[in-house]
Design a protein around this ligand. Sequence first.
Ligand code: OFO
Length: 162
Amino acid sequence: MITSKLQKIINDQITAELWSSNLYLQMSYFLKHQGWDGFAHWMKVHSDEEREHATRMADYLTDRGGQVKLQMVNLVPEGWGSVPEVFEHSLNQEKMVSKMIDKIVLHAIEEQDFATENFFRTFVDEQVEEEALFSGIVDKMKNSGDTGLLFLDSVLAKRPSE
Ligand code: OFO
């Protein structure tokens, strides 16, 4: 049985994952509206991935005898100044999520809840990948002009759905 403290922070994490999902979905439609179909597609796939993280965490909490309590998900921003700004924002969001996940692992260790530690360590690894993914795109955008952006849009259009 999971402690109420861990249950609370896992429920907060589920909310953060859903917020990320909404943020990326909003970014996707913002990009689509501006004609960037490839970036929009990529961001929509990522939005789905975040929702899947939330449900994976909720399933885990339930399996451990905890109670999932879906909370209010705050509004997300509606617009950005440029395409690179969108991706920089998402990179910062991922960095924040990484810190939250580290905190869960730390609490799990303190409480000697090794199942929760193990489960969330997979997300620690996943966050390394996600930060590298976003940061790679941000770097490419910094190094490319308008033509490079067009090329990148066509490359990211090929991201397979999960
Ligand atoms: Fe990319 O954040 Fe989920 O875990």
